[in-house]
Design a protein around this ligand. Structure first.
Ligand SMILES: [Fe+2]
Ligand SMILES: [Fe+2]
Length: 246
């Protein structure tokens, strides 16, 4: 990834910071008691995951930007963190309007936060993209699981932003991988694939009620997650793409 690619991403994030996606007023906001019971704990876990001060990521991005002379990365990261905080706020507003209790802790969230603190930007990105790819499958399922128009549009809004996040993160990760020797690259790929598969299983187990309501069984859910992973992180032309390494 060259500074020119980063400039394109910077323009994207600046544009969306100035024109954030919003939920239109006047949508039907009816959540039945049954739906509320079904989604409460699950949505609260995802809301918690979206909520982050981003200090660890910002520090890792600053270190990386200095080492590779990529100053735009610092601002992109700042805008990215702001977008995630906006997701948390949109979900929180929905939850508060429907008296869905917020969570302040969850074991899956704690594991993700600890892992992200372990090392530099590259490991952080591996953990982050895992959460975002699986989160995208989840938000699409949540949209199908509910009849509430506001929640449906909220899910679609989150997915629209997350697709860009995943595009950016995978672009950066593929460029970083390309700079490694083949053996290290293959080891990292296998480790990440295993981590991703394990996380998808945990998400299925902890959110299966919502996922099942959307018509997704375990096999479908894991297949959808795998497809997302392959599309972004194992594209057929990854070797070509990787020629533009950092
Ligand atoms: Fe998000
Ligand atoms: Fe995201």
């Amino acid at each position: 990834m060259f500074p020119d690619d980063l400039r394109i991403w910077l323009n994207h994030f600046e544009h969306h910071a100035q024109h954030p996606r919003s939920i239109p007023q006047g949508l039907s906001d009816l959540l039945t008691p049954g739906e509320r019971r079904l989604i409460s704990a699950s949505v609260a876990t995802f809301q918690l995951g979206e909520q982050s001060g981003g200090a660890t990521l910002q520090r890792a991005a600053e270190r990386f930007a200095r080492a590779h002379q990529l100053p735009d990365l610092v601002r992109i990261t700042e805008l990215f963190i702001r977008e995630e905080q906006r997701h948390a706020a949109l979900l929180r507003a929905f939850m508060e309007d429907h008296q869905i209790p917020l969570k302040s802790r969850d074991w899956t969230d704690r594991v993700f936060r600890r892992l992200r603190r372990l090392a530099g930007l590259e490991l952080y990105l591996h953990v982050l993209i895992t959460a975002e790819l699986i989160g995208n499958v989840y938000y699409r399922a949540l949209e199908s699981a509910t009849g509430c128009q506001r929640l449906k549009v909220l899910c679609r809004t989150l997915v629209a932003d997350e697709l860009a996040h995943i595009g950016f993160e995978s672009h950066l990760l593929l460029a970083l991988r390309a700079g490694r020797i083949a053996a290290v690259r293959s080891l990292m790929r296998s480790a990440h694939r295993a981590f991703f598969a394990g996380t998808a299983v945990v998400v299925w187990l902890t959110h299966r009620a919502v996922l099942r309501r959307s018509g997704c069984d375990a096999r479908n859910f894991l297949r959808l997650c795998r497809l997302q992973y392959a599309f972004y992180l194992e594209p057929a032309n990854a070797t070509l793409a990787s020629t533009s390494s950092l």
